[in-house]
Design a protein around this ligand. Structure first.
Ligand code: ZN
Length: 400
């Protein structure tokens, strides 16, 4: 019996995984992708429908025999909360199972929030956001952290710009919101979201740089797998040495990318303080003073060096540049692309393509939400049955 239940749970998870990734899929397509029989897929989808996770409608698509195959889509009843604490404030969002941000709030802070401040702001925002969705259930919460986390997804090991070290932020989120709390490394979940819904859907080898207000995050997908390393610290590409005469970095090396290229450096050069990415982009593309242009060229040059070294290390087909790196790509694509020319890449199949994330800044929230959804995705019926006995989470305790 146990074995049969296991098979059913696995099959339900597989079917839901397809709808999660595709957002909607015909039953014929699910049958084709899973290799299960048509009647098995019909039963599995009906189970998911009864649990309130998916809904079916007769769509346009037709199966081989000419009968329309019902389209399976998500009900939107189950949502996950995603939070991204950074040096300028805390962003909180509700995200649906298909990775769409359905609502979000940003709470600015004067300086980097402490863990308790971040958890308190999160709970307040979440209570507010949940009020607008009375028919929905928030299944869990995950924070996209601008820093490395432990492999269990509960503790922030080191987020240098937030100045958080060994913080059990998952438990803190649980305490403040009443939801199961987790933490994840922002660049890694951002890249995961791009593999699910963005530019990296068909790619197997990708390097991603994310430039947030709180520093540089990077992640690598190698042979279709997001790499972690022994302690979750793989692909720390912000510490690639890009200038032999650069300043000393907190890591002890000199001339690291993160010490020379940052949101803060760019904004300061253009006479700006704490500005949004859109404001920074407008300023960079507007100003044409020669001194600023040569500053920008140097920034692009440092990034080109880092991209070249990343290509040597990971052999990616795609390098994704998110956050403020999008501005450097827009301002200096030619220089960045020439970083791979005249080298030894030719015989190996050509240089990687350079692109920006399709999901923009939402990649961090969508990726974190997928982590929060993992118990539901892993065991859809088990999770919803257990959850029905509990009071639906609606922001929980906002006190502090
Ligand atoms: Zn360093």
């Amino acid at each position: 019996m146990q074995g049969r239940d296991d098979v059913r749970r696995r099959n339900l998870a597989t079917v839901l995984g397809i709808v999660h990734r595709r957002r909607r899929a015909s039953r014929a397509e699910i049958t084709q992708r899973t290799g299960l029989s048509r009647s098995s897929v019909g039963t599995l989808v009906a189970d998911l429908e009864q649990a309130g996770i998916v809904t079916q409608s007769v769509g346009e698509e037709r199966s081989g025999v000419g009968r329309p195959s019902p389209t399976v889509s998500l009900t939107g009843r189950y949502l996950a909360a995603a939070v991204n604490p950074d040096v300028t404030g805390v962003r909180v969002a509700l995200v649906d199972l298909g990775g769409r941000v359905v609502d979000q709030q940003f709470h600015a802070t004067r300086e980097a929030p402490t863990p308790h401040e971040a958890a308190h702001l999160t709970a307040t925002a979440l209570a507010d956001l949940s009020q607008g969705r009375p028919g929905s259930t928030v299944v869990g919460i995950c924070a996209a952290i601008p820093g490395r986390v432990d492999k269990t997804g509960t503790t922030v090991r080191f987020a240098p710009h937030l100045r958080w070290a060994d913080v059990g932020f998952g438990a803190l989120l649980s305490e403040y919101t009443g939801l199961t709390g987790r933490v994840a490394f922002d660049a890694k979940v951002g890249l995961r979201a791009e593999t699910l819904w963005g530019r990296a859907q068909t790619a197997r080898d990708v390097v991603s740089f994310y430039g947030g207000p709180g520093g540089i995050g990077a992640a690598a997908l190698v042979d279709g797998r997001l790499i972690d390393g022994s302690a979750g610290g793989a692909a720390r590409l912000g510490h690639l040495m890009v200038a032999t005469d650069g300043p000393t970095c907190v890591c002890g090396n000199i001339g690291c990318l993160t010490t020379l290229v940052s949101h803060h450096h760019l904004a300061a050069a253009y006479g700006l303080g704490q500005v949004s990415l859109a404001e920074l982009r407008a300023a960079v593309l507007r100003e044409t003073a020669p001194a600023l242009r040569s500053f920008l060229d140097r920034q692009v040059g440092y990034l080109a060096t880092a991209l070249r070294m990343s290509a040597w290390a990971y052999d990616p087909e795609l390098i994704m540049l998110g956050g403020f790196f999008e501005i450097l790509l827009e301002a200096g694509r030619e220089t960045l692309e020439s970083a791979f020319s005249g080298g030894t890449l030719g015989p190996l199949g050509g240089p990687p393509a350079l692109t920006v994330p399709a999901l923009g800044a939402d990649q961090l929230l969508a990726g974190a939400a997928t982590e929060a959804f993992s118990p539901l995705l892993h065991d859809p019926l088990g999770f919803t049955q257990t959850h029905q006995e509990q009071v639906p989470a609606s922001g929980g305790r906002a006190g502090g």
